[in-house]
Design a protein around this ligand. Structure first.
Ligand SMILES: Nc1ncnc2c1ncn2[C@@H]1O[C@H](COP(=O)(O)OP(=O)(O)OP(=O)(O)O)[C@@H](O)[C@H]1O
Length: 857
């Protein structure tokens, strides 16, 4: 190794470089020569140290003299960004003084001669320039970028970002405005089109649903995306009349077929084709055409000679069905345009933007900016791009990142002539991207795992590497993970994978499962010393509905957790649920057993009765005539305040502000509060302080915000409950999955997008139709619908993978009794693991591996 420490003459910063003759190899396997780090894309399985790898790259750049302001590292959460920065600083600090730590750092960055002194110099330099180092979330990067391009992005002066709650309110207000601007005739027509023929009970709810499902996706598309699905023409009237006559008079045996033909002939004559959209005969015609067989009805074949007339019938039904879908698409497009107008007006008047708004404006601006303008306007060039959790990047986000990524990977002259690059210094630029397509669980927020694949195509000379050795999980846990995901083909769900009929939803589902399974790499543990345990069991059999059955799972999980918590009070235990709604139910079961439990991401403050009292006082001021609030306050110390009345509260707020008033009311309640309520009241006052600068005149807006905003306890309890989505990036000694019984596929989507080019916006969009009607669709649309379904199944598998791989040592899987081949995660696990005991009975141990008496390391 011939590495030497040098100091860059121009910038006077510490720098370590490799000689021309010698490559250096770090323990991450990256080679670099003379200050050049190769562009690299790492496919890293769960627990294999993405953060470690990214931190190593960051340190390599810094040690080679990369200036902090030229580095951009993005990750998924603010917490992860903080962890990366901490690791860089702590690593350098330790390596400055400790020989052992220096040896580790040398190994990590691949520089055997790295001295203490350089680490110390770097540390000083970094601390002095910490504000210049961009380690942030994409949201935060985009906000910074937006501030550099206010005119191009047409941003209103003094704009601010909305949060999720405000965004929901604005959405509701915009939908109300859309409804108010439709005349009653338009409203009925639009709703009947949107709701597929039914006039929905709640107009606003239906519109909110449409907006929630389609608005974000369609914003990135061309305006005509909703008109791409075109219905074929109805057959000529003469052909229809002839078909009706021929079908009616066809010589058919038996009773069933003549009756059917008579009935369809009548429908043809009356032109009521939509009655046949879901008809078995129509399905059979479609199937016979696809399989090149004769048309059957029941067991019998259709009489000879009617085929051409059945074709006319089929074409007519197809035309009418697709025309209806096309008109629903137009109605959806109209509603979304009206909504876009209203929400844009509203946001402009309030001078607010959401993260999505910023990303979309940036995406369209960045695609037309040249690279040197980009560098100049961003307060200097970014020479090093490091992207974490890349699988969850959305197409719009990639459009913003792409020019930055291309700038640091292209070696053409335009990039070399950037003003910010000094001529006597080697151009040190680098690109690093890490992610795991098996963990792509944010499809619903616009994340598209395929973008990961697109990077491999778009970034010139990018090297690809894969890492599957986990520093997190025990081999026992990983063996189960390997067995589950590599044996998914054992489930009957994959039986249709051999089909070649794109009109069959089950084929797309089956193919997605087989694809996932075939590309699943074997995971190995780097911690052979770690004891581990996996247990898969059914909960007791209970009478009752689904709610009761899942309650039995939660109770069993709570019981096992209470035992574990008693045996190992310091073990970190997590219960991961599929949906938010069940988090509270699980917490309830644990609290019943006296387990100290907290919720990741927090609960709304309304989980405290003391907070509820303060909110009642505010509601009383807003609605003096409503006795409910009086009644609530009456028995509490707030009811005893001298002169307490709606006027008293209103005047207090007018004179001293909302936060002061909340603090005063909290002070009155303090003597009767336990530690938990006291903390929640303090958090309520803080929330009021944050809310005050942008407060509306209506107190109920504050009350509603408190009811919706999640506020975390400052310190997590040893047992935590959260959704799988929230658990991303986290790890626990033991993980409980008590909600693996739900269907793998989500409910039918509201709309489907046709995305022929990876990572690009959709070229066409349509409302969804049920699988029974897919045969009416063109090949292009069948692929789009199938692709959507496959994407959802893949996401469900990703969700299970993320959940199982959060476990360091132990994994507990609990399901209610069910059929063995049930189409749920539990069914997949049961079949993949080859469990011999059936899932049908309660209290059954289905699978066990490792040491039930495992202990934490
Ligand atoms: N090279 C390494 N040597 C020792 N421990 C490591 C190494 N890399 C990572 N670890 C440890 O392994 C665990 C998992 O690392 P990390 O969280 O970075 O994984 P990850 O790839 O981001 O996982 P996931 O994608 O599942 O969130 C952490 O406890 C981390 O400290």
């Amino acid at each position: 190794m011939n590495a030497s420490a040098v100091t860059s003459t121009k910038t006077n910063r510490p720098r370590i470089g490799a000689s021309d003759e010698c490559d250096m190899k770090s323990d991450t396997g990256e080679l670099f020569r003379d200050g050049t780090l190769p562009p690299i894309l790492v496919r890293a399985s769960a627990g294999t140290g993405k953060t470690y790898r990214l931190t190593a790259r960051l340190l390599q750049i810094l040690i080679q003299g990369g200036a902090p302001e030229t580095i951009l590292a993005t990750t998924f959460t603010r917490k992860a960004a903080g962890e990366i920065l901490d690791r860089v600083l702590v690593t350098l600090a330790k390596a400055s003084t400790d020989a052992g730590e220096l040896a580790k750092l040398r190994q990590q960055v691949g520089i055997e001669t790295l001295p203490h002194s350089i680490c110390l110099q770097l540390l000083h330099r970094l601390v002095a320039n910490i504000h210049r180092l961009r380690i942030c979330t994409l949201d935060s990067l985009f906000t910074q970028l937006a501030r550099s391009f206010p005119f191009e992005l047409a941003l209103p002066p003094a704009w601010r970002l909305t949060d999720e709650i405000e965004e929901e309110w604005l959405k509701e207000r915009a939908v109300d405005a859309v409804i108010a601007h439709l005349d009653p005739g338009e409203l009925t027509t639009v709703l009947s089109m949107l709701g597929k023929g039914d006039i929905k009970r709640s107009i606003a709810r239906e519109l909110l649903n449409v907006v929630g499902n389609a608005y974000t996706v369609q914003r990135q598309c061309k305006p005509d995306v909703w008109s791409k699905l075109v219905a074929p023409k109805l057959p000529e009237q003469a052909a229809l009349t002839q078909a009706a006559g021929m079908l009616r008079t066809a010589q058919a045996k038996g009773k069933q077929i003549p009756q059917k033909l008579e009935s369809v002939a009548g429908i043809i004559e009356r032109g009521e084709f939509d009655l046949l959209s879901d008809d078995t005969l129509i399905h059979n015609i479609a199937k016979a055409r696809r399989t090149k067989q004769v048309v059957k009805f029941g067991q019998a074949k259709m009489p000879e000679g009617v085929d051409p007339y059945l074709d006319v019938l089929y074409d007519a039904v197809r035309s009418v069905t697709l025309a209806k879908l096309a008109s629903q698409n137009v109605a959806t497009s109209d509603i979304l345009s009206a909504y876009d107008y209203q929400i844009s007006q509203l946001k402009e008047s309030l001078r607010v933007l959401s993260f999505d708004d910023v990303a979309i404006r940036l995406a369209s601006t960045f695609s037309s900016l040249d690279r040197s303008t980009l560098s100049r306007r961003m307060d200097g060039a970014i020479d090093h791009v490091l992207l974490d959790e890349f699988q969850d990047t959305s197409p719009a986000q990639w459009q913003v990142l792409r020019p930055l990524a291309l700038r640091v990977t292209e070696t053409d002259e335009s990039t070399e002539s950037d003003a910010s690059v000094s001529e006597d210094e080697p151009v040190a630029k680098s690109f690093f991207c890490v992610g795991d397509t098996k963990q792509a669980i944010y499809g619903w927020r616009g994340g598209v795992a395929e973008i990961f694949e697109a990077v491999a195509d778009e970034i010139p000379n990018v090297r690809q590497s894969e890492q599957n050795a986990s520093f997190r999980s025990s081999q026992v846990v990983l063996n189960t993970v390997n067995d589950v995901f590599q044996n998914l083909h054992r489930h009957s769900l994959t039986d249709d994978a051999g089909l070649s009929d794109p009109a069959e939803k089950s084929m797309h589902e089956a193919k997605a499962i087989v694809r996932f399974s075939k590309s699943f790499p074997s995971h190995v543990s780097m911690r052979p010393d770690l004891s581990g345990y996996v247990r898969f069991e059914t909960s007791p059999k209970v009478e009752g509905d689904k709610q009761e059955r899942s309650r039995a799972c939660f109770q069993l999980a709570a019981q096992r957790i209470a035992e574990l918590n008693q045996r190992m009070p310091h073990a970190k235990i997590a219960v991961l649920t599929r949906v938010n709604a069940t988090v509270g139910r699980m917490i309830f079961e644990l609290e019943q057993l006296g387990v100290d439990v907290s919720q990741e991401g927090g609960n709304p403050l309304t989980d405290s009765p003391a907070v509820e009292l303060v909110l009642s006082a505010l509601m009383l001021a807003e609605h003096p005539g409503d006795r409910r609030w009086w009644f609530h306050l009456h028995q509490s110390p707030l009811g005893q305040i001298d002169g307490m009345s709606p006027t008293w509260v209103r005047e207090y707020i007018q004179e001293s502000g909302l936060a002061q008033c909340v603090q005063c009311l909290a002070g009155v309640l303090a003597p009767i509060c336990d530690a938990r309520d006291t903390l929640r009241l303090r958090q309520l006052t803080q929330l009021a302080l944050q809310y005050e600068p942008n407060a509306t005149s209506r107190l109920r807006d504050f009350v509603r915000m408190v009811g919706e905003k999640r506020v975390e306890r400052p310190q997590a309890a040893p047992v935590r409950v959260m959704t799988v989505h929230k658990s991303k990036g986290l790890e626990f000694d033991a993980v409980f999955l008590p909600e693996i019984d739900g269907s793998l596929a989500k409910q039918s989507p509201m709309c489907v997008a046709d995305v022929p080019h990876l990572g690009q916006p959709p070229v066409a969009m349509s409302r969804y139709i049920s699988n029974k009607s897919w045969h009416f669709l063109s090949g292009q649309w069948q692929r789009a619908f199938g692709g959507h379904v496959a994407g959802e199944i893949t996401e469900a598998l990703c969700l299970l993978y993320v959940a199982m791989t959060r476990a360091k040592q132990a994994l507990y899987l609990i399901t209610p009794p069910a059929k063995d081949d049930t189409k749920s995660p539990a069914g997949l696990i049961h079949q993949s693991l080859g469990c011999e005991t059936s899932m049908r009975e309660g209290d059954e141990l289905l699978y066990e591996s490792g040491d039930p008496e495992w202990t934490t390391k």
